[in-house]
Design a protein. Structure first.
Length: 216
């Protein structure tokens, strides 16, 4: 299964991707996670992208496309992959199409987690992430058993620097560059829409059903 996940910031892409990865054993490839890892490892890529992530602005296409191309060439994508947060612009979508042609692959489907903008502020500002394993929590909607501590590995939970203040509204504005991808993939018969305003379990049940059909 070769999948793309689309949705506004806070729609639940990362939350659902973690479950899909577990259930269907395909690697979860999140450009946001890759950029944050590069920033904390203080690599050259991290230095390039830091100011974009801090402000909530999209990283330039050529940088992002190169990162994803390299990642899709890794051997663990042989049986499929789940792209979360890529593509985010029409140019990225076209570059993905070309890359997949070169790799002799095609997309199986595009999961579009649809939410109204009104739910996003609470989701983003309440999100907490494990420093150690990257697991996602929410202070109200998905609280850890012990406040500030990861259920899975005991790591410390932190708040993403772009989940507060100005960066949140910038990210929502930047989504205007991503919105046209809904039509792009609908036109190609690939779009599968899920109602993201339900509980995390219900959203996953919807995704599970869609992926069952895609697997045939
Ligand atoms: P990225 O990390 O991709 O951030 P994003 O798109 O803003 O998406 P989020 O991770 O915020 O949302 P999500 O949908 O994963 O939500 P989650 O599951 O965590 O990108 C960050 C930055 O990197 C960008 O701003 C840009 O600078 C750069 N970047 C990345 N990719 C790029 C690209 N392709 N091109 C250019 N630049 C790029 O859920 C959110 C919260 O809600 C959690 O706390 C969760 O517990 C809770 N929650 C989830 N589902 C539910 C539910 N059903 N009910 C209640 N609560 C829920
Ligand atoms: Mg995410
Ligand atoms: Zn953890």
């Amino acid at each position: 299964m070769q999948l793309v996940m689309l949705g506004l910031p806070g729609a639940g892409k990362g939350t659902q991707a973690a479950r899909i990865q577990q259930e269907f054993a395909i690697p979860h490839i999140s450009t946001g996670d890759m950029f944050r890892a590069a920033i904390s490892a203080e690599t050259e890529l991290g230095a390039t992208v830091k100011s974009f992530l801090d402000r909530g602005i999209l990283v330039p296409d050529e940088v992002t496309i190169a990162v994803v191309k390299e990642r899709l060439n890794a051997s663990d994508t042989a049986n499929g992959f789940l792209l979360d947060g890529f593509p985010r612009t029409l140019q990225q979508a076209m570059a993905l199409d070309e890359t997949l042609i070169d790799l002799n692959k095609g997309l199986s489907g595009v999961l579009y987690i649809h939410v109204p903008e009104g739910v996003l502020l609470a989701r983003l500002t309440g999100r907490r992430i494990c420093k150690q394993c990257g697991a996602t929590f929410h202070v109200v909607f998905q609280p850890p058993q012990r406040e500030g501590v990861c259920d899975r590995c005991g790591g410390v939970l932190y708040q993403r620097s772009d989940d507060t203040g100005e960066a949140v509204s910038t990210r929502l504005e930047q989504y205007a560059q991503t919105a046209p991808l809904v039509e792009y993939y609908r036109d190609r018969g690939l779009l599968r829409q899920v109602d993201g305003e339900q509980s995390i379990d219900q959203v996953f049940a919807g995704i599970h059903e869609i992926l069952g059909h895609l697997q045939g």
